[in-house]
Design a protein around this ligand. Structure first.
Ligand code: GAL
Length: 417
């Protein structure tokens, strides 16, 4: 009887699976679930529906973001042979190391060739999406990670007329904000990645872009006083964060700035998208600057979508990929998302003053891949570093954390000489 029931159940599952695959659907996985990000995704879905009104879009978004539950859910699905039709994945190691090398992805070079679009994307970004001569995902945007967003009203009250050029200058303003009863630096590390988000930019500030990039090629040693200094600066910054940071998401931290409770937050420019959906205008209520010390660099975070092998609705997945590769879709999505288009031929008039600043910096500054946003290093490294920095927020023990970083680097075969 038991055996019969099992056979029956398996049969039902297969039948449901077959029906599901036959359905004219498109399942898209991402971690864009709210706070400015969902709006961008919905704009892409609307555009897709304009061209393919009969396709049922299944939004399989899972909240959390980099290094959290969302990625674990995706990985389990991929490993279990239950892929979505297409999914958000960062250009770089997150794509290549996690999914391409293990053989789970189809190349998509032909899609870009068909569209005559291979030369419409920056080479640096396409290289990050490529392995052994094939492109494996379509970049929809480029975010910048090393940005400070601040409340202009509070800045005026504390005399921050110009963006600070150095850490000392920045800390001085955080101090003044605190003295006036504000939070200096808003942090929301309920999802642990935000602490490493801050730290990796501090590493960039202290190492400089060339040495930072050298870490991933074995040219720069992790056994580096600049990394220790980055920890020391972070320790200093932590004196000015909100006490409830561990209960907050990055959106909650941005809201502290928006509500006039905090001077600034260090966040990728998805925060710009969020502030705009809250009703603020860049340059009016909020200002921004590259993190002091990182003015010459652009910490790259590029969201891309790939084609998993065995996508249940492959034809619709290809339609989706073609759509997001188009100039039209990129110009609809990015002004909302707070990112610049990955395509080089975008219509600049559609982008606000912040995004034009970012476009200009992207074209002229040194590009550096983000660790926590999946580009620079494999997940084994970024996940371990994320835990170490998360712990550091509590312990604030520079020596112990530095030793741990060296161990993690060594475990991942990076240079620690
Ligand atoms: C990043 C992603 C961005 C944004 C952010 C916060 O990893 O690239 O698009 O979604 O997380 O959720």
């Amino acid at each position: 009887m038991r055996k019969f029931l099992t056979v029956l159940l398996v049969g039902v599952f297969f039948f449901a699976g077959a029906l599901w695959a036959k359905e004219n659907a498109l399942e898209i996985f991402s971690w864009w679930t709210g706070g400015g990000e969902e709006e961008g995704l919905m704009a892409l879905f609307d555009l897709f529906h304009k061209y393919y009104p009969d396709v049922k879009i299944i939004n399989a978004a899972v909240a959390g973001g980099a290094g959290t539950n969302a990625k674990a859910v995706l990985k389990t699905r991929m490993l279990g042979g239950n892929p979505p039709d297409s999914f958000q994945v960062h250009a770089g190691m997150e794509l290549i190391d996690t999914y391409v090398i293990p053989g789970m992805m189809e190349p998509v070079t032909w899609i870009l060739k068909d569209m005559n679009a291979l030369d419409k994307f920056p080479k640096a970004i396409l290289d990050m999406c490529s392995y052994k001569g094939e492109v494996y995902s379509i970049p929809v945007n480029v975010h910048r990670a090393n940005v400070v967003f601040y409340n202009k009203k509070i800045a005026a009250q504390i005399g921050m007329e110009q963006p600070p050029q150095t850490w000392h200058g920045f800390v001085e303003y955080l101090k003044r904000a605190k003295e006036k009863g504000y939070v200096g630096l808003a942090l929301g590390d309920k999802n642990k990645w935000t602490a490493l988000h801050l730290f990796e930019s501090l590493m960039l500030a202290e190492l400089g872009p060339d040495a930072y990039n050298g870490l991933w090629k074995g040219k720069t040693s992790f056994n580096n006083t600049a990394i220790k200094r980055a920890l020391e600066i972070m320790k200093e910054m932590l004196d000015y964060i909100n006490s409830d940071h561990a209960a907050m998401t990055w959106q909650d931290a941005v809201r502290l700035v928006y509500e006039g409770k905090a001077l600034a937050t260090v966040m990728g420019d998805w925060a710009e998208g969020y502030l705009k959906t809250l009703g603020w205008t860049p340059g009016v209520e909020f200002g921004w600057f590259a993190l002091p010390g990182t003015q010459d660099a652009f910490m790259v975070v590029s969201d891309t979508f790939g084609l998993p092998k065995g996508a249940p609705h492959r034809q619709n997945a290809i339609r989706w990929l073609k759509l997001i590769a188009s100039r039209e879709a990129q110009d609809v999505f990015n002004p909302i998302k707070g990112s610049i288009p990955a395509r080089l031929d975008a219509d600049k008039s559609k982008y606000d003053v912040y995004l034009r600043w970012s476009m200009n910096d992207f074209a002229t500054k040194k590009l550096t891949p983000s660790i926590i946003h999946g580009s620079a290093a494999p997940e084994s490294f970024s996940a371990a570093l994320m835990d170490a920095i998360d712990e550091f927020v509590t312990t604030r023990d520079v020596d112990k954390t530095f030793k741990k970083i060296l161990m993690i680097a060594e475990d991942n075969d990076y240079n620690v000489k």
